[in-house]
Design a binder for this molecule. Structure first.
Ligand code: FEO
Length: 164
């Protein structure tokens, strides 16, 4: 049986993953509105991944006899600015998530909750990947700038995500 403290912390993380899905969907719509269909596609796939991250935690919580306590999902601010800003905000958001996952992992250790620790290991690894991928996109965007032809090439590359 999962502790009340861990249950609350996992419920908070589920809400945060759902918020991430919401945030990336809003960013995707923002990019689509600027005719950047590729960046929009990439963010839509990212949004679906965040929903899957939440669902995986829900399954774990229920398997441990915990109770799911869904909370309202905050509406993201939709004033994202240009494409570079969108992805800088994505990277900043992923760094926040990494901090939250690390804190959850520490809590699992402190509680000697080995099952949670092992499940959270997947998220620790996932955050390394996510920060690396988004960091790469930010680097590419800084290299090409958000004006000119190169950004459209990058847009077409980004649009391949989820279509392979
Ligand atoms: Fe579920 Fe992008 O962290």
């Amino acid at each position: 049986m999962i502790s009340r403290t861990m249950q609350d912390a996992l419920n908070a993380q589920i809400n945060l993953e759902q918020y991430s899905a919401q945030l990336y969907l809003a960013m995707s719509a923002h990019c689509a509105g600027k005719s950047f269909k590729g960046f929009a596609q990439w963010l839509k796939v990212q949004s679906a991944e965040e929903t899957a991250h939440a669902a995986k935690l829900v399954t774990f919580l229920l398997d441990r006899g915990g109770q799911l306590e869904l909370k309202p999902i905050a509406a993201p601010n939709d004033d994202f600015g240009g494409i570079i800003k969108v992805f800088e905000q994505t990277l900043a958001h992923e760094k926040t998530i990494t901090g939250r996952i690390n804190a959850l992992f520490e809590l699992a250790r402190a509680e000697k909750d080995y099952a949670s620790e092992i499940t959270l290991q997947w998220y620790v690894t996932e955050q390394v990947e996510e920060e690396a991928h988004v960091g790469e996109v930010v680097d590419h965007l800084h290299a090409v700038g958000d004006q000119g032809g190169a950004i459209w090439y990058l847009d077409s590359k980004m649009g391949k995500r989820g279509k392979a």
